[in-house]
Design a protein around this ligand. Structure first.
Ligand code: F6P
Length: 364
């Protein structure tokens, strides 16, 4: 194909109306992304439609055309003005057919989907059914392997830090331990980052094995050394362990212990500067990609650069990181792509191990 022919092809594939949706767990900064997608598309003469409640809105037709003012005064708010949902029907072929019909009626011919890995699987299916999609990583868990940061993570960590600082004050006054369970699904990023930032005595995450006797030994030693407060940060990914540990600690160390589960409180609230910027940059980049005729990409941030990656490859990388690779999927990849995902895998894992080792070195 000549360059001229390729340009014509790309122009033909350029969307006239971009739909935007948020799916899965909401995350602070999603509104900044919605605003960026809406405004950068409208500024280039492309119509925008807000799709409500994630993929559910595509099934039941909850869609509304957006103008500039529809995204005013939202950049500072947590949650998502488009609401969110986890939609089982969308994963079925009849559900997909309904979604495509919903897109075709108002002329939606491109979609930006903000969410986690489930959202990307949906975006990939839609692309395969003829609706070009771009995914933006939006989840507090930071568990999307292809990107350094997801929209919402920074706010969730900062909120966790604020909450744990408060617990620490009262622990110091009463010479207590507080075992704190934080969200993250099966990933320990929130616990690890917030644990370091709050000076936790111990951080337990599902990615790295730990020794309970060692936790106890360290606490006994710390108390002998005059340490009054102990924060033990536990990721929810170690299912049910935080509450159990809060009972074991006083029995084995004699240190009075309380348990706190921060839960959904860290998923709400006004987004930090970082999440607003990330949402804005990723949103604008998604529109750029669609207008360049590209699709089936997830927008990532690596080393402060915004880079797109093929969604299929990003999902394969994610499964590899989570030890959930599908039979044969790695073998089927061309060498270049295999090398790419192993480089990204090593990068993500070593970042986490490095941080964990730092935590071990500086905790007492
Ligand atoms: O993925 C975001 C997240 O908040 C996880 O940290 C948590 O495990 C899950 O969603 C909670 O889901 P729900 O909002 O359905 O309770």
């Amino acid at each position: 194909m000549t360059d001229a022919e390729e340009t014509v092809m790309v122009k033909q594939n350029t969307p006239k109306k971009i739909g935007i949706l948020t799916s899965g767990g909401d995350a602070p900064g999603m509104n900044a992304a919605i605003r960026a997608v809406t405004r950068s598309a409208l500024n280039r003469g492309i119509a925008v439609a807000g799709i409500y409640r994630g993929y559910s809105g595509l099934i039941d037709g909850s869609i509304r055309d957006f103008q500039m003012r529809d995204v005013s005064n939202i950049v500072n708010h947590g949650g998502t003005i488009l609401y969110s949902d986890r939609c089982a029907e969308f994963a079925t072929e009849p559900g997909m057919q309904k979604a495509i019909a919903t897109c075709r009626a108002p002329g939606i011919d491109g979609i930006v989907a903000i969410g986690g890995d489930g959202t990307f699987r949906g975006a990939c299916d839609l692309t395969n059914h003829g609706i070009p999609c771009i995914g933006l990583p939006g989840t507090i868990d930071n568990d999307i392997t292809c990107t350094d940061y997801t929209i919402g993570f920074d706010t969730a960590v900062n909120t966790t830090v604020e909450m744990v600082d408060r617990l620490r004050d009262t622990c110091e006054s009463h010479a207590r331990c507080n075992v704190v369970e934080v969200m993250g699904r099966n990933a320990g990023h929130i616990a690890l980052h917030a644990g370091i930032a709050t000076g936790a005595a111990t951080i337990l995450i599902p990615e790295i094995p730990f020794d309970e006797d060692e936790i106890i030994r360290k606490m006994i030693e710390g108390r002998k050394d005059g340490k009054r407060q102990f924060i033990v940060m536990v990721s929810e990914g170690i299912a049910g362990y935080a509450e159990k540990l809060a009972k074991i600690i006083p029995e084995k160390t004699g240190i009075e212990t309380r348990y706190a589960c921060l839960g959904h409180v860290v998923r709400g609230g006004s987004p930090t500067l970082r999440d607003r910027l990330l949402g804005a940059e990723m949103g604008a980049a998604a529109v750029d990609c669609l207008l360049e005729g590209k699709s089936n990409l997830v927008i990532c941030e690596r080393d402060d650069r915004i880079v797109p990656m093929d969604i299929n490859l990003a999902l394969i990388l994610d499964r590899l990181y989570k030890d959930k690779s599908l039979p044969g999927e790695l073998e089927a990849l061309p060498q270049k792509e295999l090398d790419e995902i192993y480089t990204l895998l090593t990068r993500k894992r070593s970042k986490m191990y490095k941080l964990y080792n730092t935590a071990l070195e500086i905790s007492k």
